[in-house]
Design a protein around this ligand. Structure first.
Ligand code: T4K
Length: 385
């Protein structure tokens, strides 16, 4: 099955140089140390922390386990205030550790959790806030820290999208909160096929995180608490070590793609492009566009038109996670309590963006998006080829 190869898909994974990866595989083959903190795991963990500018980083098998382990390491219980405008994994991780997600509306500019609305949701059961730097756009960190400090809450940032993002003062966005987590899934800016990381505020939390990632075993091999298996293996770590060599150029090309989309689409009536955040060094992980309902049938109409032309755009994040059956009956999930998130989710469409996307193809995508409108195609029409 090769359905993605020749299509313009919302993302395409970066691959390490084939010959170098085969050489690393041969090395692992000969060492016969294939998982459980081998040579490549150690090298990758160190280099990744250096690149990201973070201390206390632990590699994981994916971002979802990283979230669950973060919640466990900080002994979070009861209710966790989070955003509905995110991937399912955020709420699922909260649910998986026996807590209840409490959905809080988002800020229309950052599209992240609105700090002004957190306080009204705090109850005696609340023990943590889990904001998401959605699309790698930083949350309002200072305001979130203030609320957390006043109410004695832990802060776990779901920074799955935030690889390499720097704040205006040059600090890593991943070095925030009590813990931040990263996803290194194939569809992300930087990947290890499957993978993730937990970035703890201090060494004590990191020790606990590493124990929980390894069945609750301490350094002497004794099981001291219930843990899970969240380790990254050597094949993924070797992939990561090699890809790090190319990451700056990969992000730079994504920047060129984003700039071309802006040039082509920013003046199109009916489309809104979220403004870049002042001073933030972005990673261009996604390119979201908000589509008005009367523009070619809205986000779903534009998406269908693109699919007709072998272009797979994705509606990250529609439907809102608060509206799926598993969570919709929660009091905080009522759509009237989440007006901004519901409005943005209705309009959002993420266009293809990845480091091997040619600028000619970006033009082709923009032509498809704008041509129907320019030709006065009926607003609900499906587009032909
Ligand atoms: N928190 C947040 C905020 C997250 O967004 C995520 C994950 C997590 C936590 C959890 O992290 P992980 O446990 O996943 O590490 C993707 C990813 O599976 C998921 O990692 C990601 N967020 C989510 C937003 O999107 P899909 O279902 O969209 O992937 P898929 O298979 O449809 O692929 C998307 C596009 O990429 C396609 O158009 C084709 C292309 N593709 C994909 C794969 C897998 C390829 O060209 N080759 C490939 O091998 O979920």
């Amino acid at each position: 099955m090769n359905e993605f190869k020749d299509m313009l898909t919302v993302s395409k994974p970066d691959l390490p140089d084939f010959d170098r990866y085969v050489a690393a595989l041969r090395d692992i083959w000969e060492l016969r140390h294939v998982t459980n903190r081998g040579k490549y795991h150690g090298a990758f963990e160190e280099r990744l922390a250096g690149y990201l500018g973070t201390d206390h980083l632990s590699l994981t098998c994916n971002g979802t386990i990283a979230l669950e382990v973060a919640l466990r390491a900080l002994e979070v219980t009861g209710e966790v205030i989070t955003t509905p405008f995110t991937f399912a994994a955020t709420a699922h991780a909260i649910h998986s550790v026996g807590c209840t997600p409490v959905f809080c509306d988002i800020d229309p500019e950052t599209m992240c959790l609105d700090p002004a609305r957190i306080e009204a949701l705090i109850t005696p059961e609340t023990s943590a806030i889990m904001p998401v730097h959605v699309y790698g756009r930083p949350c309002n960190l200072a305001a979130i820290e203030d609320v957390a400090r006043v109410h004695g809450l832990k802060v776990i940032y779901d920074a799955a999208h935030a690889f390499g993002v720097r704040l205006p003062d040059g600090e890593s966005l991943l070095a925030q909160g009590d813990i931040s987590i990263l996803s290194l899934h194939a569809t992300k800016v930087f990947n290890t096929v499957e993978g993730g990381a937990v970035i703890a505020r201090d060494e004590g939390v990191k020790v606990r995180v590493e124990r929980l990632l390894n069945f609750g075993l301490d350094h002497s091999g004794l099981v001291v608490e219930p843990g899970t298996n969240g380790k990254m293996g050597e094949l993924s770590a070797a992939w990561g070590v090699l890809l790090l060599d190319d990451i700056d150029e990969a992000i730079a090309h994504r920047g060129r793609v984003a700039a071309r989309y802006r040039e082509r689409l920013s003046k199109v009536a009916g489309l809104t492009l979220p403004a870049p955040m002042p001073g933030v060094i972005p990673n261009h992980i996604y390119f979201p566009v908000l589509v008005e309902q009367d523009y070619l049938g809205g986000a779903s109409g534009v998406q269908a038109g693109l699919v007709d032309n072998d272009i797979l755009a994705r509606r990250y994040f529609y439907p809102l996670i608060s509206n799926i059956d598993s969570y919709a009956s929660l009091p905080s999930a009522a759509p009237e309590k989440l007006p901004v998130a519901n409005t943005i989710a209705e309009k959002v469409l993420c266009l293809p963006i990845y480091s091997t996307l040619a600028l000619d193809d970006v033009d082709r995508i923009c032509d498809h998006i704008t041509a129907g409108a320019l030709q006065g195609v009926a607003r609900t029409a499906t587009w032909g080829r």
